[in-house]
Design a binder for this molecule. Sequence first.
Ligand SMILES: NC(=O)c1ccc[n+]([C@@H]2O[C@H](COP(=O)([O-])OP(=O)(O)OC[C@H]3O[C@@H](n4cnc5c(N)ncnc54)[C@H](OP(=O)(O)O)[C@@H]3O)[C@@H](O)[C@H]2O)c1
Length: 280
Amino acid sequence: MPALSGQVVVITGASSGIGEATARRLARAGSKLVLAARRLDRLEALARELDPTGASILAVPGDITDDTDRRRLVAEALKKFGRIDALVNNAGYGTRGALEMVPVDAIRSNFETNVFSLLALTQLAVPQMRERGSGCIVNIGSVAGRIARPLSSIYDATKHALEAFTDGLRGELQPFGVRVTLIRPGFIKTEFIAAADKASDEYLANIGPYAPFWEDSRAGVQKLRRVAGVPDDIAKLVECALRSDNPAPRYSGPFHAKIFLLLKWLLPDRLFEFALRLKK
Ligand SMILES: NC(=O)c1ccc[n+]([C@@H]2O[C@H](COP(=O)([O-])OP(=O)(O)OC[C@H]3O[C@@H](n4cnc5c(N)ncnc54)[C@H](OP(=O)(O)O)[C@@H]3O)[C@@H](O)[C@H]2O)c1
């Protein structure tokens, strides 16, 4: 079991939610952390709180969709710590709305953040892992990477893409001692919904004929709040994956996520959609 103490871990989307909780957990385990996100004030406050000396934590502000920022993130991590042992690809957001009403540019933007930028950052981190013969890539997927929902098909498609990418990369890097795994969170109380509302406001304001279905979907989210997990539920899974010599291909949590995934696996599609009231 690899010890986490002294391991250099880059976490994207560390300014809130799951990324922030992961940073807290790994800092307690003694890892050296590189925290990335756009909100510098948040990153700096977290870095100061976790290590006031600044010796073991580096905050690198930047937009993951910007190639220069991605290159700077990896360069600064290597300059300070000399290597990257693990990359936690966590930054992401959701676009919601009826497909016909969301401009293709907005769809591209969601794929740019959740998929292409993640692939590009992974490309930058992998060579030094492969050359050293060790390392770990942890991708934060979603239950939505297996279960696609009406009015959420764009975000859900980004997470489906991540499933395939993770599976392919795992086999590709396994001969070089680099581990690749995927975490599938269920509903977790973070800033995710607020960010999704902000990204989708324009398309949801005039949702027209889809309004009743959108109301149903919102009601479903409200129901889910009762069983929602906390960010540390997922941070625990990240820690577990990083500590393993041979991580599982996938981890899921909290409990409701496992139940949804089990039902999806067990039931025929029509029955599953009926059972979850995904389809009218
Ligand atoms: N919460 C859930 O129920 C849930 C369920 C399944 C999967 N997930 C996944 O978990 C991951 C983390 O989400 P969360 O729930 O913790 O939501 P969150 O609190 O909104 O955190 C999202 C993080 O991503 C960062 N981010 C977004 N766009 C970015 C960009 N262009 N460049 C750099 N950083 C960016 C944000 O930082 P800045 O805004 O400071 O840049 C923030 O730190 C996401 O991939 C999400 O899809 C969440």
